[in-house]
Write a protein that binds this ligand. Sequence first.
Ligand SMILES: [Zn+2]
Length: 298
Amino acid sequence: MVVVYAVLGETATLIDTGNPGEKSFYQLKSLLKDHDLSFRDFDHIIVTHMHTDHCGGVSLIQQEASLPVYVHELARPVITGGETEFNRINLFFSDFLKECGADPAVHQHARKYKEEIWQNVHYVNEGDEVYIGGRPYSVLHVPGHSQTDILLIDELQGITFVGDHIIPELAVNAFIEPPVPGRKHRPSPLIQYRESLIRSKGIKLGKCYSGHGLPFTQHNELIDKRLAQQDARCQQILKVLKEGDKNVYEICQKVYPHLKGKIVFLGLSQIQGHLDLMEARNEVMKEERDSIVYYRVI
Ligand SMILES: [Zn+2]
């Protein structure tokens, strides 16, 4: 289930836009109609992060009602970079799969470039204020699940839109992403994600509205649970590596044996994220052999 929020107050604001494509667009349109709303009734759209199930509807909605869209600054290269950026991202993932010891021909999604134009984009940063339903919310940048994740916090009302940063129903992945254009090294998403989670723990978020599932409170307990799950996964990987050196693909086959075909990427991304963390903790070291990276226990 993907959640889109229509927040009504002095104004109406749309948070996230659902999946790309006409089916999702018309579904959302008819859901709004059930509440006597149309896209034209909204002041703007805020995108919690640049995953297609959250930002996929932007261009179709803008074609119908030219609403401004707010999104984190790190979304700028994808939104403005066109085919060049698309190709750079594809090449990054192809190289990443090879480095893992996986075959891009089998495990990489063959995506075709489709031009998508966003208009009237406002890029936000940590500490900015955005208006939702006519009330000011502060923006907190919480990279990890994606590089563009933001929390939208109304401290006075005790309401936070958390996107996919924390979801009670599922343990959120921290996805491997390319470096921003011009940088050499990719981010370490799980390390970032844990830092962001620990940061969120220190903040009163009140009632949290996530991108998948029902609203919840007690985010601190949930964060402790997620951090412990990640530590347990590191222990599992360590156990696999004690049998001998392995590349990310080999570890993935042991840890997530059910993953096949294109979705293997999800497992590789997870394993790599944990290995980054274990490397930072001096638990493992890596070595490149024939362009494939192997990990061993220290
Ligand atoms: Zn997401």
